[in-house]
Design a protein around this ligand. Structure first.
Ligand code: ATP
Length: 515
């Protein structure tokens, strides 16, 4: 069986071969950690965004959307804390000349100890069979206890160094743990330095002097600076939310894992403004609802887990990640944060404007508290493609690659194909295309054998193939072939719209979230 790493390589290659994701400026050999979405990728991405947008804007009458500019007044980023503190600690290996995030090196080392513990537990579970008492084993086994002790000590030193911004302390942990560069295999490390992740550029003509501006590293601040505008013009009453989808930019130190960590990416963020003191109730509400949003797609409930943050940002009083099981382990796809009144207060302070809400029920004014849900479109895209990709061996020695995308998100919903390119079958197929194209993204394919055409559609995840044959001209029926089980049905042309709609209508998935 192929290793997860090999599978992931195949998925990346598949994304390119079938027009989902291309390296940026490919003819110039690409640009590191920047990608373009191709003809199928853009459809899948747009469908993901629509699913998120509709789940916020249609299902909640107290949530509205905005589309703020990427450039913002530079003071925004002073107020938000990004100019001073949006840093990652970086370290270089002098021999390989490779650059790493010091925190990631240490976290990976801790994860390896965790793996060792799990292996001991699994080995023992096998040995003892049905009588195995896992809790007892974890509490008493010498080797497990030793690993656990080592883990806890490193973790404690690591948390403290991160909290205290102690860069020498981080380096010392790397040295003490004997962490080596995976390329050179040596411990010849430089000191740890802070590296700001924001991109800058210049705005304005040089004659007047120009102003340094930032490419936004998150979309959230566009929402905070518009809080007053939206609240007033929309006559919004607390609790209410503002949602936004847009590009964000981070000069990531180590960009790897394809579209998981990009330098230009897209976020879908919603800031929900609540009464102070009610934030933890709303945090729990959004935690639950966001997980339902993910699960309603049917990728498998076991693929998600929450990772509650132990180390909170100084302004947060609760935070969790929704992690998804990627081929390279459980990874963050979405963050849910209780940000207190930090952002609005800071913008009030830096702008000199009063940013408050008068609550008629309490008859007083206050700075609202905020719950944020923040998800990366590209990470969501990656999680969907990874969990949908399947290589199947079929009867008769044949094989296929199928993308079992949730039909509601599939780039193409149906492919219409005439059995042969003559006898009036292409005309009939075109007629069907013309009937369906107002409701669904459809393609037409008349080249090669039917088998080859099916394979092409399987590879891009098209849920329905519709074949027009000679009988169709007489009986007004066509053959529908389903992507996942490859079964075929003879159905009336007039029923096609209903059959496809049942499977791909977003309403059906949205309803599941609110069940
Ligand atoms: P990480 O710890 O992986 O760097 P983060 O905690 O900094 O992520 P947030 O600032 O909470 O991420 O951003 C919210 C979401 O934006 C993340 O859950 C992720 O889906 C997405 N995201 C963040 N950085 C990137 C990136 N470089 N490339 C693609 N998506 C990203």
């Amino acid at each position: 069986m192929a290793s997860q790493e090999e599978v992931f390589k195949k998925i990346v290659a598949h994304c390119k071969e079938y027009g989902f994701v291309f390296p940026s400026s490919d003819i110039y050999d690409g640009l590191s950690a920047v990608y373009d979405y191709g003809q199928n990728g853009v459809e899948l991405k747009n469908n993901i965004k629509k699913y998120w947008w509709d789940s916020m804007i249609l299902l909640h009458e107290n949530i509205v959307g905005i589309d703020a500019a990427i450039f913002m007044h530079p003071t925004t980023w002073k107020a938000s804390g990004h100019v001073d503190a949006f840093n990652d600690p970086l370290i270089d290996n002098r021999d390989s000349k490779k650059r790493y995030r010091a925190d990631v090196l240490i976290e990976d080392f801790i994860a390896k100890i965790d793996e060792k513990i799990e292996k001991e537990v699994q080995k023992a579970a096998k040995r003892f069979g049905g009588n195995f008492d896992e809790a007892m084993f974890r509490a008493t086994n010498e080797r497990v206890l030793q690993h656990q002790k080592e883990r806890d000590e490193i973790h404690e030193r690591y948390s403290k160094a991160m909290n205290d911004n102690d860069l020498a302390g981080l380096k010392q942990i790397i040295l003490d743990c004997g962490i080596v560069c995976p390329i050179s295999g040596t411990k010849n490390w430089t000191d740890v330095r802070q590296f700001n992740l924001m991109f800058t550029t210049e705005m304005g003509s040089t004659a007047d002097g120009s102003m340094k501006v930032y490419l936004r590293p998150e979309t959230a601040q566009g929402i905070f600076v518009n809080y007053l505008n939206v609240q007033k013009t929309g006559r919004m009453k607390i609790p209410f939310g503002i949602a936004q989808i847009g590009k964000a930019f981070r000069n990531e130190i180590v960009a790897r894992q394809f579209i998981f960590r990009m330098r230009e990416f897209e976020q879908m963020e919603m800031q929900f403004f609540v009464r102070p003191g009610e934030e933890l109730k709303w945090f729990a509400y959004w935690k639950d609802l966001r997980l339902k949003w993910h699960k309603a797609l049917g990728l498998g409930d076991g693929k998600y887990r929450f990772h509650d943050h132990e180390k909170l940002a100084h302004y947060a009083n609760a935070a969790t990640d929704i992690e998804f099981e990627m081929p390279f382990g459980f990874k963050e796809v979405e963050g849910i944060h209780s940000r207190t009144d930090f952002d609005l207060s800071r913008h009030a302070q830096f702008s000199g404007k009063k940013i408050e809400y008068f609550d008629p029920e309490l008859n007083k004014s206050y700075t609202p508290y905020v719950i944020e849900t923040s998800i990366g479109v590209d990470r969501m895209f990656l999680s969907i493609v990874c969990s949908s990709y399947e290589e199947q061996q079929l009867e008769g020695g044949d094989s296929r690659v199928v993308l079992k995308l949730p039909p509601v998100l599939a780039p193409v919903k149906a492919c219409v194909m005439p059995l042969v390119k003559k006898d009036g079958l292409p005309e009939k197929a075109r007629e069907i295309m013309n009937m369906l194209k107002f409701d669904f993204k459809c393609t037409y394919d008349e080249k090669d054998s039917i088998g080859k055409r099916y394979r092409r559609q399987d590879a891009v995840g098209t849920p329905f193939c519709i074949t027009v044959d000679h009988d169709s001209l007489q009986d007004g029926c066509v053959t529908v072939r389903y992507r996942d089980d490859m079964k075929q049905d003879r159905v009336k042309i007039d029923d096609l719209r209903g059959i496809i709609s049942q499977a791909v209508d977003m309403k059906n998935v949205l309803r599941k979230i609110m069940d």
